[in-house]
Design a protein around this ligand. Structure first.
Ligand code: PXP
Length: 241
C-alpha cells in the first residue's frame, strides 16, 4: 500500500504568530510542502488559535492542490468553520479546549450519539471523516457504527515505547489496524512519528493509508531543509527495513 504523507503545518503557524505580520506565510509554506512532495496538508485549529487561525482555513482551502485535512474537536465554531470551507477530510479529535497537544483518542461508545450526528453532518457536506482513536481493537466496531470513513491511530504511546521494545509497542496497533481494514475503514496514524520510529511502524502495519506529521518533520527541516525533510519522511513510507 502507498502511504500518503500529510504535513501538519501548525508549528509554522506558531512561529508566524510569535510576531506581528505574516512571516512565514503559512499558505506559501503549505504550497512549498506540496511542491516538495507532500500529498496533503493538515491543520489543527485550536480554540485559542495559537497555531493555525480560523482565518487561515478559507485561504488554504482555496490555494491547496492536494488535500486539506482539518483536525479538531467538533465544537460549534469548528463545525461552522469546516462546513463553510469544506476540506477533503476532517479528523475528529476529543481534545479539551486548553490541551497542549492531543494525547488520547475517542471513547466512541461514550459519545456515540454526538459522534454519529457530527459525522452525519460532515458527510452530508461531502467531507471524508476520520476518528482519532487509541489503538484499541474495541473501538473499531463503534467507529463503523457511527459512520466514520477512516480511523487515525494515536501513535504517541508507540513513539514512547519504541525505544524499549518496538515489537510490543506496535502490538495493539497491528490488531486494531487489521480489524479496521476488514471492516472497510481506511487507517491513518499520527502523533510523535519521526525518522527513527516511522519506518518500522509502516513496515509492520502494512495498511496505513496516511500519516500526518508535524513536529518532528518541522524540526528536521531546520537542519536539513524542508525539501530534504519531506523527501526523507516519504522514503520511510516505502521502507523495506
Ligand atoms: N494527529 C493529531 C490528531 C494531532 O493532534 C497531531 C498534532 O497536532 C498530529 C497528528 C501530529 O503530531 P506531531 O506534530 O507530533 O507529528
Amino acid at each position: 500500500m502507498n502511504t500518503r504523507l500529510s504535513v501538519n503545518i501548525n508549528k509554522v503557524a506558531l512561529i508566524r504568530n510569535s510576531r506581528p505580520g505574516n512571516y512565514p506565510d503559512v499558505i506559501r509554506y503549505a504550497l512549498d510542502c506540496e511542491d516538495f512532495g507532500a500529498q496533503g496538508i493538515t491543520v489543527h485549529p485550536r480554540p485559542d488559535q495559537r497555531h493555525i487561525r480560523y482565518a487561515d482555513i478559507p485561504l488554504l482551502r482555496q490555494a491547496l492542490r492536494t488535500e486539506l485535512n482539518v483536525e479538531g474537536y467538533p465544537s460549534p465554531d469548528f463545525m461552522e468553520l469546516v462546513l463553510r470551507n469544506p476540506p477533503e477530510q476532517v479528523t475528529l479529535v476529543p481534545d479539551a479546549p486548553d490541551v497542549l497537544t492531543s494525547d488520547h483518542g475517542w471513547d466512541i461508545p461514550e459519545h456515540i450519539d454526538f459522534l454519529a450526528n457530527t459525522i452525519g453532518q460532515l458527510k452530508a457536506a461531502g467531507i471524508r471523516v476520520s476518528l482519532f482513536i487509541d489503538p484499541d481493537p474495541a473501538m473499531i466496531e463503534p467507529a463503523c457504527s457511527v459512520g466514520a470513513d477512516c480511523i487515525e491511530l494515536y501513535t504517541g504511546q508507540y513513539a514512547k515505547d519504541y525505544a524499549y521494545d518496538r515489537e510490543s509497542a506496535v502490538g495493539n496497533h497491528l490488531l486494531a489496524c487489521k480489524l479496521a481494514v476488514n471492516q472497510g475503514l481506511r487507517v491513518h496514524a499520527g502523533h510523535d512519528l519521526n525518522l527513527e520510529n516511522l519506518g518500522y511502524y509502516i513496515h509492520r502495519l502494512q495498511n496505513i493509508s496516511e500519516v500526518s506529521i508535524g513536529h518532528a518533520l518541522t524540526v528536521d527541516a531546520l537542519y536539513v531543509g524542508l525539501a530534504n525533510s519531506i523527501e526523507m519522511y516519504k522514503a520511510k513510507l516505502v521502507s523495506k527495513l
